[in-house]
Design a binder for this molecule. Structure first.
Ligand code: PMP
Ligand code: GLN
Length: 384
């Protein structure tokens, strides 16, 4: 197992740690490497956690999650997708990352193939490898604004294909799949009897939208597995509060898996999750507005800089910056930018070949820092 997952994705954030060292040595570094929300979570969510701790809710909790919280996930899911969803469809899991891991353990096995559009989030290959399955990539091309070409899916299909794994809004590209794209992908899965694994952690951050979950489409709830969390929507990645929504035969398997892995989640976190899922939290929309505004600031400063191509994303919390016109590789650009201007970004190399020549710039910093970073990036590009 360790061989199958070693090295995959782990080095994607190495520049982040180098930037942290520069910061510790006294440099003014603008950290735009990680999608770690900078804004405060809804206060009532924090209060609920603190109250639960004070009330002694530090015991074991039900293996697949507190039924009330599972029902709240189901109600929210049903309201958003229009498809019947009950607590039977829901397993709580500590973060979407663990959700993807557990789901894929159930959906794919040795020799199975999982079709994944690339660039893809840096942990996906290791998740598939842990199940002893193989990732078969299809390219999301910059010239299509990183949208899927459905013909590529047909070309990637083999008798071993079991799963199509999608992520929308997308990390790192910021693409939001259109309804037509999701419908075609769903039809592909129905026609070839595949599972559709849908990573929806950025569902609340769709600016060109709306976000369309494949679960909402006819005949898809029986073959769709949705993984999501509160990490980004409510700015609580440290809660590790996520869930899997799937058909009951899958959640039954997941219950067995999480019994031997997790034995339930922290009850005080679930108390916060219940409030996040059931109470009105205006911060969710405010944070989405802030990311969108920051993307606009970044793109407006960089759009006319020779050698750079910056576009506001359709969703998510990252801007993709095309640096191919500078003649530098994205890794060399990211290193030079950090050293000369103190702006830390990620080279997209680790996300897949189609993102080569692009930087991923996180929008998780206050507006003024985003503006400062954009000016420093422009200055660096001008110095080349
Ligand atoms: N999928 C994608 C595409 C992500 O960017 C992330 C990180 N936010 C995750 C999954 C994991 O999220 P979580 O914090 O819920 O584990
Ligand atoms: N998902 C976030 C990102 O893409 C956080 C990842 C992390 O903390 N390693 O940056």
């Amino acid at each position: 197992l360790v061989d199958r997952i070693s090295g995959k994705g782990a080095d994607a954030w190495s520049i982040h740690w180098r930037a942290r060292e520069l910061e510790a040595a006294g440099r003014d570094v603008i950290m735009l490497t990680v999608g770690d929300p900078d804004m405060a979570p809804p206060p009532q969510v924090i209060e609920a956690v603190v109250d639960a701790l004070r009330a002694g809710r530090t015991t074991y909790s039900p293996i697949i999650g507190n039924p009330e919280v599972r029902a709240a996930v189901a109600a929210r899911h049903q309201a958003r997708t229009g498809q019947p969803t009950t607590a039977e469809n829901v397993v709580l899991i500590p973060g979407a990352q663990a959700g993807l891991y557990c789901a894929l353990q159930c959906l794919a096995g040795p020799g199975d193939e999982v079709i994944v559009p690339e660039p893809m989030y840096a942990t996906y290959e290791a998740v598939a490898g842990a199940a002893n399955a193989t990732v078969v990539n299809v390219a999301l091309r910059p010239e299509r604004n990183f949208h899927l070409d459905l013909d590529d899916l047909e070309r990637a299909l083999t008798p071993r294909t079991r799963v199509l794994w999608l992520n929308s809004p997308h990390n790192p590209t910021g693409a939001v799949m259109t309804r037509a794209e999701v419908e075609s992908a769903a039809e592909f899965c129905r026609r070839h009897d595949l599972w559709l694994l849908s990573d929806e952690v950025y569902a609340d951050l769709a600016y060109v939208g709306p976000h369309v979950s494949p679960w909402s489409l006819p005949g898809m709830a029986e073959r769709t597995v949705v993984v999501s969390s509160l990490s980004k929507s409510h700015a609580v990645p440290g809660f590790r509060s996520g869930w899997i929504v799937g058909p009951p035969q899958l959640t039954g398997h997941l219950a067995k898996l999480v019994l031997c892995m997790l034995y339930g989640g922290p009850p005080f976190i679930q108390a916060g999750a219940l409030v996040a899922l059931t109470e009105d939290c205006p911060q969710v929309a405010e944070m989405a507005e802030a990311y969108q505004r920051r993307a606009g600031i970044m793109a407006s400063i960089l759009k006319d800089v020779p050698g750079l191509g910056a576009k506001a994303p359709e969703g998510g919390m990252f801007v993709m910056l095309d640096v191919r016109g500078t003649g530098l590789s994205s890794a060399a650009f990211a290193d030079g930018l950090l050293d000369s201007q103190g702006v830390a970004t990620l080279s997209c190399d680790a996300f897949g070949p189609s993102a080569v020549g692009h930087l991923r710039i996180s929008l998780a910093a206050p507006d003024a820092r985003i503006e400062d970073a954009a000016r420093r990036i422009a200055r660096y590009a001008g110095s080349l």
